[in-house]
Design a protein around this ligand. Structure first.
Ligand code: HDE
Length: 711
């Protein structure tokens, strides 16, 4: 080119386009020499590339949003001390305007949640079935996990009976992978088109907006008794799974079946499972209710305290893998039906990696509130199936962020940013934070050198699944009509004490309904599940027990799945909370010995004394006023003032009723006698603090003293 030609302004882009379409992948073109761009800065003015905290507020002085230092933020600018406020007061207007807009819409479901950062390490055991790089052996991937309830508003209590969300964002080298699951492996409905219906039924009634975060009301039971596909999810909710002890003791499930593809292009079907290292444990119902009142942040606090104490919550990611056959069934179970599980006894859960949560967020809004999950965030090697619930979700999650996060650029919010290069040709929109170069955000182009190029080698794999010839219809497959066989399987897999809790939960929830007809209709559903379950609940409601109307619509694949029960095993107990009751009469050396032993075992000791401050030379963490039984997994009693304080008696009797391990030594024995629990199962009176701790440690491994519950 004649050098004089380049002096004529107006060329689009920094290079002359070739005649033929460029097909060799190239980096984005450099800017034109005269082009400038904003200097890279954090949102708070620090140079980019600074440590993480440079994302937060900077400097010693108060400023405006524009960075101008201020002398006074306590008085508005007025025409004299008694005069009217002046419109020119930019600081006043900026401060109040921003405050007026601090809230964003809460999530329509899963509004109440909390998140944590962590790291996922692949085992390499999935290499043969998926090409997903983050599952490779020893590959470490940063993650953010958000746990949630479904029905309650953002400020509702953590311990309500509900399904829990378990959503994980993996920031992989190949882009973000979001595994947006629940702690229950099945869902209420089989088709996404019914999601608004089930949520409208579960949410508070539209006239009075009560009850908050509850399923114990007429509209919920009206829906699930009329839509019997919901009965499987519902029995999980009515079981102890509906009231987890902690996020750390919850399983997680991807629910849907996904399609995996390996490097050779071979496919398999798979279900995702998270298995908690500490085992699956729940609250007792009364405990959940008390916690809802005395500590509505029970699960949130537990998660953060555990991380702070170094008892990092841990899960194994596992896969159930099935051959990718045209029928998409396994052992007669339709893998596209999200109301069905595949019992672990039929398809083992194979561990493929480990998740450790090791950092709490710095700012709730920036992280837990602004995180945006989406099932469509997939990586090469993991694809979706035709599960009609999954298909609808693929639409919903982006759509919902457009309103909640006010515009299409939510993936640029710090917590949502991928840790992989982004070159998406998406442009502009509200709150655009990228400064895109070039002139040709379209394909094909020659003006930007052809950039960006598709990647046929390492790009996302849309598995070319054959779609059977069929009419366009609004209809379910026949296999979706079996609504009861797996509900029976769940009921039959429970231990006697778990069955007892399920009976109590149905009786309570239906007892809260106003209309007899709704109770009767749900009793009919229980009759289809099991005659004993039905008659026990009917008895509690004072209604006649109906009999099953029809034989099972499909044969049971297995009659019991031991993997579904939470009782009967022993588990690690790190991070559990031990309350130690003492007064100034306690042996100080023994007390500090117990505290040290508890800490050394990786548990958290909290000293409970008549008043705050110090006991001997130990800090008091809780007083008889502030301690409540629900906070502790086990209680040790060193001593208490005589006569025994009624608040201590309440503490002991509640802990006893909730099946918690209790042990006393020395003068502590009189407290147990006064509470009337001495000599009962799981209550030890021993000679020393160390023996008392050893006693409860052993009992804690089974989570609760199950013999205390009627079975
Ligand atoms: Fe969701 N779901 N969902 N869901 N879901 C949302 O997305 C939706 C379903 C789940 O911590 C929303 O960003 C539809 C099953 C979790 O931020 C929304 C259907 C499972 C979270 C939405 C389902 C889930 C959500 C609300 C039926 C378990 C919280 C805010 C087809 C596998 C994620 C948002 C977080 C959140 C839609 C069913 C899990 C409205 C339409 C099944 C854990 O888009």
């Amino acid at each position: 080119m004649n050098p004089r030609d380049s002096q004529i302004p107006g060329a689009p882009g920094s290079a002359t386009p070739p005649l033929a379409e460029p097909t060799t992948p190239t980096d984005p073109l450099p800017p034109k020499p005269e082009q400038g761009a904003p200097e890279p800065r954090t949102p708070t003015g620090a140079p980019a590339g600074c440590p993480v905290h440079a994302m937060g507020q900077q400097g010693e002085y108060l400023t405006t949003a524009g960075g101008t230092r201020l002398r006074d933020t306590d008085h508005s600018l007025k025409a004299g001390p008694r005069g009217p406020t002046l419109l020119q007061d930019h600081h006043l207007r900026e401060k109040i305007t921003h405050f007026d807009h601090e809230r964003i819409p809460e999530r329509v479901v899963h509004a109440r949640g909390t998140g944590a950062h962590g790291v996922f390490t692949g085992y390499g055991t999935a290499d043969a079935i998926t090409r997903a790089g983050f599952l490779a052996k020893n590959k470490e991937t940063p993650v953010f996990v958000r746990f949630s309830t479904v029905l309650g508003s953002r400020g509702s209590a953590d311990t309500v009976r509900d399904t829990r969300g378990f959503a994980t964002k993996f920031y992989t080298d190949e882009g973000n992978f979001d595994l947006v699951g629940n702690n229950i492996p099945v869902f209420f409905i089989q088709d996404a088109i019914k999601f608004p219906d089930v949520i409208h039924a579960g949410k508070p009634h539209p006239d009075r907006e009560i009850p908050q975060a509850q399923s114990a009301h007429d509209t919920f039971w009206d829906f699930v008794s009329l839509h019997t596909e919901a009965q499987h999810h519902t029995i999980w909710n009515m079981s102890d799974r509906g009231i987890p002890r902690s996020y750390r003791t919850m399983e997680g499930f991807g629910v849907h079946t996904f399609r995996l593809v390996n490097a050779a292009g071979e496919t398999a079907l798979a279900k995702f499972h998270w298995k908690p290292k500490l085992g699956v444990h729940s609250l007792a119902w009364e405990e959940a209710q008390i916690a809802g009142g005395v500590d509505p942040d029970f699960h949130r606090r537990d998660l953060y305290d555990a991380i702070e104490a170094g008892a990092y919550p841990e899960w194994e990611l596992g896969l159930q893998v099935f051959p990718d056959t045209p029928e998409e069934t396994f052992a007669g179970i339709d893998l596209l039906d999200p109301t069905k599980i595949v019992p672990e006894e039929l398809a083992e859960v194979q561990p493929v990696g480990r998740l450790v949560l090791n950092r709490t967020p710095t700012n709730f809004f920036a992280e837990s509130e602004q995180v945006a999950f989406h099932l469509g965030n997939l990586v090469p090697g993991i694809d979706v199936t035709n599960d009609p619930l999954l298909q609808g979700r693929l639409f919903s999650y982006v759509d919902t962020q457009l309103t909640r996060l006010a515009g299409p650029n939510f993936s640029q919010i710090p917590i949502n940013r991928p840790h992989a290069p982004v070159n998406d040709m998406l442009r502009d929109g509200y709150h655009q934070q990228a400064v895109h170069g070039g002139v040709a955000p379209y394909r094909p182009n020659s003006l930007d050198g052809g950039n960006p190029s598709p990647d046929p080698e390492n790009g996302f794999v849309d598995v070319p699944v054959r779609v059977a010839e069929a009419p366009k219809i609004r209809q379910n497959p026949v296999s979706f009509e079996d609504h009861y066989s797996q509900v029976r399987l769940f009921w039959q897999s429970m231990s006697p004490v778990e069955k007892e809790h399920i009976v109590a939960a149905y009786t309570f929830e239906l007892g809260k309904c106003y209309h007899q007809t709704i109770k009767e209709r749900q009793l009919q559903c229980l009759a289809e599940i099991d005659p004993v379950l039905c008659s026990r609940v009917a008895d509690g409601l004072g209604l006649p027990a109906p009999t099953a109307s029809s034989p099972a619509s499909s044969p049971d694949s297995v009659s019991s799945s031991p993997a579904l029960s939470q009782v009967g095993k022993r588990w690690p107990v790190e991070g559990r909370i031990i309350g130690v009751v003492a007064d100034p009469g306690a042996d100080a050396a023994a007390l500090s010995g117990v505290r040290d032993a508890v800490l050394e075992a990786g548990l958290v000791p909290l000293l409970i004394a008549p008043r705050g401050g110090k006991l001997a030379d130990l800090d008091v963490q809780r007083t008889f006023d502030t301690a409540r039984s629900v906070e502790f997994d086990a209680i040790l009693v060193a001593s208490a003032p005589s006569p025994v304080d009624p608040r201590v008696l309440v503490l002991i009797s509640e802990a006893w009723r909730h099946g918690k391990a209790i042990a006393a030594w020395g003068p502590g024995a009189t407290v147990l006698a006064a509470a009337g629990v001495e000599g009962t199962p799981g209550v030890g009176v021993v000679d020393s603090g160390s023996e008392a701790f050893a006693t409860v440690l052993d009992l804690l491994a089974e989570h609760r003293v199950w013999q205390r519950f009627p079975a």
